[in-house]
Design a protein around this ligand. Structure first.
Ligand code: FMN
Length: 160
């Protein structure tokens, strides 16, 4: 496998830890997707229908702004893309990210952390945000403590 880029969005640190472990295990480079406006704990309250995350996730066309435009996507053929599962799918800032850069001809491998949900419709909801010739791979939910060996053999097993 050629050197990959491991990108991730993490609101409360769990996906960040998974991304760091993955990047280390596969010798990849790490890039954090940061929102222009960071999410506060009130923003993340899924029990409040009016919280920022509830409002964004109730509107699939919402595209929360990114803080930066410098992800080195152009330099890699394979990009791992990690995020927390929100309301059974990816946060809409992941759509923003996919629409912001040129992923044509590249392979994007999804990974996530969650409270227990699996991918469900996650990949289907992201597909319209990439070009037809972007290979979107439903990777895995990396919940729990995965060893470097497990992460490496999973990534190598993708055959990229
Ligand atoms: C707004 C919101 C919605 C969530 N929805 C789900 C969900 O549908 N299913 C699930 O298993 N976990 C859900 N979670 C839990 C997160 O996926 C989980 O805590 C994740 O590991 C957080 O990652 P982070 O620390 O990188 O942000 C939700 C969390 C938030 C804040």
């Amino acid at each position: 496998m050629k050197k990959a880029l491991v990108t991730y969005f993490s609101a409360s640190g769990v996906t960040a830890r998974a991304a760091e472990a993955l990047a280390q295990a596969i010798g990849g480079d790490l890039y954090e997707i940061r929102p222009a406006v960071p999410y506060t704990s009130a923003d993340l309250n899924w029990m409040d229908k009016k919280s920022r995350s509830s409002v964004e996730m109730a509107d699939p066309s919402s595209r929360p702004a990114l803080a930066d435009g410098d992800a080195p996507v152009a330099d890699y053929d394979t990009i791992f893309l990690g995020f927390p599962i929100w309301w059974y799918v990816a946060p809409t800032i992941i759509n923003t990210f996919l629409e912001r850069y040129d992923f044509r001809g590249k392979t994007v491998v999804l990974f996530a952390t969650s409270g227990g949900s699996r991918f469900g419709q996650t990949a289907a909801r992201l597909k319209p945000s990439v070009a037809a010739d972007t290979k979107l791979v439903e990777g895995r939910v990396l919940n729990g403590c995965l060893s470097a060996d497990e992460l490496r053999s999973w990534a190598q097993g993708l055959g990229l």
